[in-house]
Design a protein around this ligand. Structure first.
Ligand code: SAH
Length: 355
């Protein structure tokens, strides 16, 4: 049994079965054994690949969308250019390179990175070595400035809880341990959950829904900041407008794995429930949830792809064409991934999105 596994079994023996949120938090961020705390999980050698690691076009278009939104709001100076969970720093490096073309943007920005993992902070410092970045533990610590923010595949990594409808109450899915220490799923008795009152009308007995309290807390923080000070948040992730069904999953070596096996050695995620983020972000306005492929096409990815293709040949050209397809095609990331922006109610949505 690994150190983290023994620690989880000890917690279960002392306090009873863990919520999935408690389990995820330890597996992902435990300071000694947590998945993100101890490694760089991205890329071909890691467990999963993200859009900015697939092509520079993703970050360039996001950068120009954020810069356009900043100009549309009068170019507030100074402002916070922030990213939640910046991974290897690739997305922010591409954003900054593209936004260099926009006069005043670089001198007005304060570069703010919210990152929990020491290993990834180091990778980000390396990727952004030419810039003056400040790292924060939490979105609540961001400076009180107009906020232009991006979060790609961040909210899916936050701890969720699962509830199964039973009459007017809900049974929570929890994680216990058998006599040999093997981790197993179980269910609590049905209890009323006032926070889920809005889901009584659209669920039936046996339906499973997921909640993400850390995600809604962060959305509330950035929504309040954007409503008060101006700005835009681009939230990009897999998920739906409204959670329904079990989406808790583990990825190891680019393949699905059992989330209860070898805790701390796989990426654990769940689909994002965008409606709960939008509601929590009020009084900031939110855009319509838009498929990533549609969003990138509206921002001009095809024109950018053609311009880059003109300089490529052979295998590099094939890889570039495949990357464009991977980001936008409905069979790849184009439909599963979605984009929603938060913006002040009295401003237009950022480019590529609509109300
Ligand atoms: N946005 C990057 C990386 C996505 S992986 C990309 O698109 O490539 C998720 C990122 O969120 C990692 O950087 C991880 O360390 C970070 N993260 C996960 N949970 C976090 C938390 N609670 N607080 C801050 N950062 C977190």
């Amino acid at each position: 049994m690994t150190g983290l596994h023994a620690h989880l079994v000890a917690r279960i023996n002392a306090d009873g079965p863990l919520s999935i949120a408690d389990y995820m938090a330890d597996c992902l961020l435990h300071p000694d054994w947590g998945y993100y705390a101890t490694r760089d999980p991205l890329g071909a050698a890691g467990d999963f690949t993200t859009a900015p690691e697939i092509s520079q076009m993703f970050g360039e278009l996001i950068g120009l969308a954020l810069a356009q939104s900043w100009m549309d709001q009068g170019g507030p100076t100074p402002f916070a250019l922030a990213e939640l969970g910046p991974g290897r720093g690739t997305l922010m490096a591409d954003i900054l390179r593209a936004a260099r073309a926009v006069p005043g943007f670089h001198t007005a920005m304060r570069l703010c990175l919210v990152e929990a993992s020491p290993a990834l902070r180091e990778a980000q410092a390396h990727a952004l070595s030419g810039y003056d970045a400040t790292w924060y533990d939490s979105a609540a610590d961001l400076p009180d400035l107009p906020l232009f923010l991006v979060a790609n595949e961040f909210f899916d990594a936050l701890p969720i809880r699962q509830f199964i409808r039973d009459g007017d109450g809900w049974r929570e899915r929890r994680i216990g341990a058998d006599e040999d220490g093997a981790l197993t799923f179980g269910l609590t008795d049905a209890t009323p959950q006032p926070a889920l009152a809005h889901r009584i009308a659209d669920t039936r007995d046996g339906d499973l829904i997921e909640t993400c309290a850390p995600g809604t807390a962060i959305a509330a923080t950035i929504g309040a900041r954007i409503a008060a000070r101006g700005g835009t948040a681009l939230i990009i992730d897999y998920g739906e407008w409204r959670s329904l069904g079990d989406t808790f999953q583990a990825l190891r070596g680019h393949a699905h794995a059992d989330p209860l096996e070898a805790p701390g050695t796989a990426d654990l995620t769940a689909h994002v429930d965008f409606e709960s983020l939008a509601s929590a972000a009020a009084p900031a306005a939110h855009t319509r949830l838009t498929p990533q492929g549609v969003f990138l096409e509206r921002l001009g990815i095809t024109t950018r792809a053609q311009a880059l293709a003109a300089r490529l040949s052979g295998e590099a050209l094939d890889a570039h064409v495949a990357a464009h397809r991977r980001l936008t095609h409905p069979d790849e990331m184009g439909t599963l991934f979605k984009v929603m922006a938060l913006h002040p109610a009295n401003t237009d949505p950022p480019p590529g999105l609509s109300q």
